[in-house]
Design a protein around this ligand. Sequence first.
Ligand code: PLP
Length: 390
Amino acid sequence: MGEEEKVIYFDNNATTAVAPEVFEAMTPFLTKLYGNPSSIHHFGGQVMAHVETARERLAALLGAAPTEVIFTSCGTESDNAAIRSAMLTCPQRDKLVISKVEHPAVLNLAKDLERRGYRVSMIPVDGKGKLDMERARELIDNQTSVVSVMWANNETGNIYPIYELADLAHRNGALFHTDAVQAVGKVPMNLSESQIDFLSLSGHKLHAPKGVGALYVRRGVRFRPFVIGGHQESNRRAGTENVASVVGLGKAAELARLNIEKENSQVRAMRDKLEQGILKTIPEVRVNGDVEHRLPNTANISFEYIEGESILMLLDMFGICASSGSACTTGSLEPSHVLRAMGIPYTAAHGAIRFSLSRYNTMDEVDFVLEKLPPVIARLREISPYWNQK
Ligand code: PLP
């Protein structure tokens, strides 16, 4: 694929295109307005007003106060900052409770904390990826310092009952963090009416650039900075602000807030057409996840008895981009930890493909994928020993 060739991009949970309006809003800060927002002189200082406008726009999308928003470099940093702060501010408690299907940003952090002496408990999921709430009620106890459960899963799109979990955490005197990297901009939220203490988000999943994220910290919650140095972000995250990207994230948040309902219904219609078309034309496929409680843009589909990686390679020849498991685990041929936690049989987990759409997709693209996919699957099954021996 050359860079100029047409791409059918169905991999928006990996990353999204920067919206043209976002790019336009950012450009002055990469050209003329390059001052440091902390400078005393007007040339630099004037930039700070634009950082604050971005903060207001992001806060409006979250239903939060601007002072509750800290800009960071990415979702991973926000996850680290929240969980580490919660552990540090509750030294008398040594337990972290997460779900088994967290992104590696939380999962591997938890493993690292475990090596350092913290206790980590994981809430299991069922075959649809739904959390075992009974087990959650047992695991969250008066030794728990923080509960961290994602708002929406990046692989299946499953949406989790985080209001209930936040309530459960508080009833046990624990803090609650949610990795909302996949949910922000797709799920309407009003954090001021919730018990959520920390929420992580990432710019590049909502049509802002890579390398910018944010952390919501509820007013009154004690916070220990993760990145220590200068006094930026009211002493909560040191380092000169990534002004252009912060402005871009603010613009992306504004677009998401204004269009969330319309976009969700358009994207859902495309996703549903794709999914139903696949189920109708290809035998032995299964949809993974909780179809009633999932993001409108995500379909995770297993094509039994073949390898997801081979499907991706053949689709790539038509310019179709999708993902097998999560983008972050691509490269290893192990089925994703999410599908394993769900107990998806080996023959199906290996052939799982995630299609994730955005407002920039079209019904024509869906039709194109529905035309190209069935022969790809048939061709791979012809040469699959598992298919031929089943
Ligand atoms: N959390 C979830 C659920 C994700 O999907 C991702 C990215 O794929 C991350 C965290 C990490 O975000 P970032 O790439 O901004 O570090």
